[in-house]
Design a protein around this ligand. Structure first.
Ligand SMILES: *Cc1c(COP(=O)(O)O)cnc(C)c1O
Length: 450
């Protein structure tokens, strides 16, 4: 019976195959045809099949194989969780100007490392530097792959085989297995833990400095809080003691806000400007946390130290590409022009008032003809502002099985990511981009019908 199975040559003569070749290319289509025929033979040999499939059926199977082989594994989703910087959902959506800048520079050649004045080789390090100098007042700046690599690079360049004093309460794990003490070890720095888990005093820093610490580091406790019987000196006093001993201070801010988050009803997150003001010598922060731009690690500070960091071999290993540099610059320009709240999506999301969110939740309710609008909480996430939330309004849907409904939402095209509580589905308008609202409502309507 298998002898009656069509050959690849026969299948190649069909119109469907011609269409598949036009769509997927000849080598991949041939591969898929052979793959389909092999599968049919195997099923026959195992007696799983009594009849040969038709040519149409063979070609349908070939097409789904081709679709599966070429489908992207990375695509947009709708974030209805209310977690603004959801690390698993790609952190910060980017501003229109940022996307345009990345697009323009990706399309063709650019002066990435070319000095148009002299016609000679230039440096990619200059591109975001001027903006960062203007914005923060820092002497020098460098953009690398992400903040984790900024920490590794900075410590490798400034503290290899040297003693680095850090408060025990700051030996944190950021998430995804990024542990400050491990990164310090990897850089060759010798960790000097000072203070206790809950208390560190200025005298602890002074003792470490007398015992020849070569660098003082602060790591922001981005994703947890220490409360109760605690003590920590003012950062500016730590910096003053370190400077008296001629020792520089590195401040790993992590999220690194350029604005006061208290303005939006969250607690105050340490800002880059405050760290500069306190006298930190090198400051590190992420491009895609509270800054709201592309994935990047931003290093700013004293020129002499930045020069050392820029020259270290690791700098080449963690350098930013042209799209990242263009995107970071465009995002930072919004701050310079005082238009961050209007242009940067995550800042806009933070600034939405409960009344505005209530209006959107009620519009969804009206459109769907069901659900209740109720008070809830949105969070920042992304390792920023632990335990912090801000009031929002949610659309709550009563469904038979919340788990099943969430799964169906994830299978929607585009997938919808929501939360559940007490077997209800909670949808937070804060993190749903206005241009995704239509797709969200179509998806919900279809699922509620079934
Ligand atoms: C998030 C964070 C990092 C890592 O930043 P990425 O940009 O995710 O690499 C480093 N340090 C601190 C304190 C952080 O909060």
């Amino acid at each position: 019976m298998l002898r009656n199975l069509p050959s690849v040559e026969q299948l190649l003569k069909t119109e469907t195959t011609a269409r598949l070749i036009a769509q997927f290319g000849r080598p991949l289509t041939l591969d898929a045809l052979r793959n389909t025929l092999d599968e049919i033979r195997a099923r026959f040999k195992l007696n799983l099949e009594a009849e040969l499939p038709s040519i149409d059926l063979i070609l349908t199977q070939t097409e789904s194989t081709l679709s599966a082989w070429t489908a992207s594994t990375l695509f947009p989703v709708i974030n209805a969780t209310g977690v603004i910087l959801h690390t698993n959902l790609g952190r910060a959506p980017m501003s229109a100007a940022t996307i345009r800048a990345m697009d323009v520079v990706s399309r063709g050649y650019s002066n990435l490392e070319f000095d148009l004045e002299t016609g000679k080789r230039g440096s990619r390090l200059i591109h975001a530097e001027k903006l960062l100098q203007k914005l923060t007042g820092a002497e020098a700046a460098l953009v690398v792959n992400n903040c984790a690599s900024a920490v590794l690079l900075t410590l490798s360049a400034l503290a290899n085989k040297k003693r680095v004093a850090i408060a025990r309460s700051q030996l944190v794990e950021i998430g995804g297995g990024f542990r400050v003490p491990d990164v310090m070890k990897q850089s060759g720095a010798k960790l000097v833990e000072i203070g206790t888990t809950n208390k560190v005093r200025l005298s602890d820093y002074e003792t470490a400095l007398e015992e020849s610490a070569a660098l003082v580091m602060r790591a922001h406790r981005s994703n947890f809080k220490i409360v109760g019987f605690t003590e920590e000196p003012e950062f500016k006093d730590i910096v003053e003691s370190a400077h008296k001993a001629g020792v520089p201070v590195v401040d790993d801010l992590g999220s690194g806000a350029l604005y006061d988050t208290a303005k939006y009803g969250f607690t105050h997150e340490p800002t880059v400007q405050e760290s500069m003001h306190a006298g930190a010598d090198v400051i590190l922060f992420s491009g895609d946390k509270l800054v709201g731009g592309p994935q990047a690690g931003i290093i700013i500070g004293k020129k002499a130290l930045l020069d050392k960091i820029k020259k270290h071999p690791l700098a080449r290993a963690v350098r930013a590409d042209k799209a990242c540099l263009a995107g970071v610059s465009a995002t930072l320009t919004h701050y310079l022009k005082d238009e961050a709240e209007r242009e940067i999506p995550i800042v806009r999301m933070m600034s939405l008032t409960p009344e505005q969110l209530k209006g959107r939740a009620e519009a969804w309710q009206a459109e769907l003809g069901q659900g209740t609008v109720a008070k809830g909480e949105s969070t920042v996430g992304g390792g920023s502002l632990p335990d912090e939330s801000t009031p929002t309004f949610l659309l709550e849907l009563q469904v038979k099985s919340a788990e099943k409904f969430l799964r169906a939402l994830r299978k929607n095209n585009p997938p919808i990511i929501a939360r559940t509580e007490n077997n209800k589905i909670l949808l937070d308008p804060r993190t749903v981009l206005p241009e995704q609202e239509g797709a969200l409502l179509v998806g919900l309507k279809n699922l509620l019908k079934t």
